[in-house]
Design a protein around this ligand. Sequence first.
Ligand SMILES: Nc1ncnc2c1ncn2[C@@H]1O[C@H](COP(=O)(O)OP(=O)(O)O)[C@@H](O)[C@H]1O
Ligand SMILES: [Mg+2]
Length: 468
Amino acid sequence: MIALSLAEIASVVGGQTHDIPDPSVQVTGPVVRDSREVRPGSLFVAFVGERVDGHDYAADVVAAGAAAVLASRPVGVPAIVVDDVQRALGALARHVVERLGATLVALTGSAGKTSTKDLIAQVLRRKAPTVFTPGSLNNEIGLPLTALSATGETRFLVLEMGARGIGHIRYLTELTPPRIGLVLNVGTAHIGEFGGREQIARAKGELVESLPADGAAILNADDPLVRAMASRTKARVLLFGESGEADVRAENVRLTAGGQPSFSLHTPSGCSDVTMRLYGEHHVSNALAAAAVAHELGMSADEIATALSEAGSLSRWRMEVTERPDGVTVVNDAYNANPESMRAALRALAAMGKGRRTWAVLGQMAELGDEALAEHDAVGRLAVRLNVGKLVAVGGREASWLQLGAYNEGSWGEESVHVSDAQAAIDLLRSQLRPGDVVLVKASRSVGLERVALALLDSGAEGEVSAR
Ligand SMILES: Nc1ncnc2c1ncn2[C@@H]1O[C@H](COP(=O)(O)OP(=O)(O)O)[C@@H](O)[C@H]1O
Ligand SMILES: [Mg+2]
């Protein structure tokens, strides 16, 4: 964080100082909510959680060098006491980003936020110091903590914004007002909580409504609900996608034999070829979104294409490919799933598995509402059409729909099987995998199918992890 005195912080957040002998002491270290991350000069933010009360750690964190605690009650050690710790944290983030002089880039969407944020960061940091959301910390606490980790040197601050309802994104944009706002797609994630796709579009579009007139709204030309957000912003609009009207677009999209997308990138400043290290066609859209942001910030098509071609996966369990010493390849995409990414992952599996035995270990895609049966059925059918060697459908009703889809498409007997849980899948795979096989593991987050991938890697000893 940029250095601020305790007195200044107290005034920014409207708090009372308690047990602070010297209010001119500066906070220089990171602002953290986890006591284990405290460093000398830190500000420790004490939240009261369901099981843990951060206030109980106050003495420890000060002993470990924290300058003070941001708290909701006095704690006997230096503290800035406020009514609402979360609001105070937000106010501090806002104050700090206003003083930073960095360009703020925010992105949202139903799927691909973390992957795209990681791509944007890997492109922009070639040009200037960049701070970005670690992992998926995209909510009202993770966002200000990320913003507060910026320093005086930071030129780009890239922030993932998540939403589970109307008003969430607006709140986040008030904490850290972006100049560049990117909306990836409007899918079905959390559709139950939102109550329909239009509502999701309304919520995600709050991002572009917040942009200033001299800002840029970067919108997916291929997604009609996102494209339509152009009318909701004062900012200049830049479109990305495969559509001909996109300012930043991909031509000649194909998958390499390894399952990695390759395309020629066109931006208003030129064109250049990209072959990604990431797996799966869904990353084309993510890469174009990242390219549009980088173009807006003055990077050339060549610079962007090189960065995209070298970018790896910074967050785990997203098409994470590991080679076991015995030659089995495990593709762990268990972080999440939706119909589009299931299709992309299966296509990548088919490409990687040419001449090898392929396995698709798939589980439920959650939150599909009325479309659930048809979508699971279609994925099961696609597995057969792509000649996947064996489909292992894991779990309850939705898994049986996957298997039935495969069965009806012409797979019978050994080619598709339905097992009740992750352990059964692990047992089956352990007994049947042979050297050289390729295994894809994918389902919605709630299924926790990464257990299967991790168990397979355990049994295969240490392997080399590529494209992390
Ligand atoms: N552009 C995309 N369209 C559809 N699905 C995607 C896209 N990018 C990633 N995904 C899928 O969503 C899962 C989660 O990706 P992630 O980047 O973590 O998204 P988010 O942060 O929005 O949850 C990935 O495992 C992948 O299956
Ligand atoms: Mg995420």
